[in-house]
Design a protein around this ligand. Structure first.
Ligand code: UDP
Ligand code: MG
Length: 315
């Protein structure tokens, strides 16, 4: 119960793209999950990401399962999962918001656990995959991605956690106030801070249909993660420039020594080696300096606040 005695409102945000086969199974699973969580009010925010099949008709058909609780945002074309999630977050009104896929790979049966943690005062509860149904190369790439991301990222990001999870209203309000274009909800969610907790679960296979995440879309998401949360790639030129400049100086000293004391080098070799090595290093360092400025422009454009305040008090 909230302080005013009204049960808290929980929004469930679900991006859907060509999910005509999963909608009815999803609604049935959501219904039984919601029935097992007493003392809350619910709203479903479905965002249709430009489906070309009967997804929207199917949602309209299933609407009576949740009378007066479903809202639907229809995109004009396919803009992608992350923009769809963002649209859902912007329209959600709940005291807490759950992000969920439509294909039941994010099982609604986890809702009671999310809500327990929310009631304990956690602002973010995310589900952590202990197993992955995807096999072979894709599984390997997913694992690699999360590990590289963790290494590169400037914020601490939990391993093997997707967007499936619950966020409190203050976290959602912070996220939707950020004007960043290349959103990655799971990254920003970690960036926000507050009390966060992971809940392990076995990720099942898709309830029906095929994955809607093409390889290209996955790569785009990975790039949003890398470039949105790390300036390390920009710094590579600075590092290699400084290293090659250092080595150039050493090698140039050796070339000088060889010319002056051994005299067995061809005419012009010493100066040539010196010029090439030092110029190469200087060029890389210049690129690095440009990179530093671009990194600052990039951060400014992302428009994330400098800090997030948890609370303030007079003592
Ligand atoms: N989705 C979307 N737009 C897209 C791709 C996917 O809204 O361009 C939705 C999709 O309908 C599903 C969720 O995002 O609800 C996750 O997609 P999917 O299950 O296909 O991805 P996977 O689980 O294979 O990574
Ligand atoms: Mg899926």
């Amino acid at each position: 119960m909230s302080s005013a005695g009204i049960p808290p409102l929980i929004s469930i945000v679900i991006p859907v793209f060509n999910e005509e086969q999963t909608i009815s199974i999803l609604f049935a699973a959501l219904r039984s999950a919601i029935e097992s969580c007493a003392g809350y009010r619910w709203e479903l925010v479905l965002v249709d990401d430009g489906s070309a099949d009967a997804t929207v008709a199917e949602i309209e058909r299933q609407r009576p399962v949740f009378p007066g609780m479903v809202s639907l945002v229809q995109f004009s074309r396919n803009f992608g999962h992350q923009p769809a999630l963002t649209a859902g977050l912007q329209r959600s009104k709940g005291d807490a918001v759950v992000c969920m896929d439509a294909d039941l790979q994010d099982p609604p049966s986890l809702l009671p656990q999310f809500l327990d943690k929310f009631a304990e005062g956690y602002d973010v509860v995310y589900a952590v995959r202990t197993s992955r149904v995807a096999t072979g190369l894709i599984q390997f790439l997913y694992g690699m991605f999360y590990r590289c991301f963790r290494f590169l990222s400037e914020v601490e990001i939990p391993l093997d956690a997707g967007d499936f999870g619950l966020m409190s209203r203050r976290v959602v309000n912070l996220l939707i106030a950020i004007p960043e274009r290349d959103v990655m909800v799971r990254g920003l969610r970690s960036w926000v801070g507050f009390r966060q907790i992971g809940i392990p679960y076995d990720r099942p296979g898709r309830a029906a249909g095929e994955t809607k995440y093409s390889f290209g879309k996955l790569v785009k998401l990975a790039m949003s993660g890398f470039f949105g949360f790390s300036t390390l790639p920009l710094r590579v030129a600075t590092f290699t420039g400084v290293a090659s400049m250092g080595m150039a100086l050493l090698y140039f000293l050796f070339a000088l020594y060889a010319k002056l004391f051994r005299g067995d080098v061809p005419q012009g070799w010493t100066s040539l080696v010196g010029i090439i090595l030092i110029l190469a290093g200087a060029q890389l360092i210049s690129v690095g300096i440009l990179g530093e400025y671009i990194g600052r422009i990039h951060a400014q454009l992302q428009g994330r606040p400098l800090f997030v305040v948890h609370s303030e008090r007079e003592l």
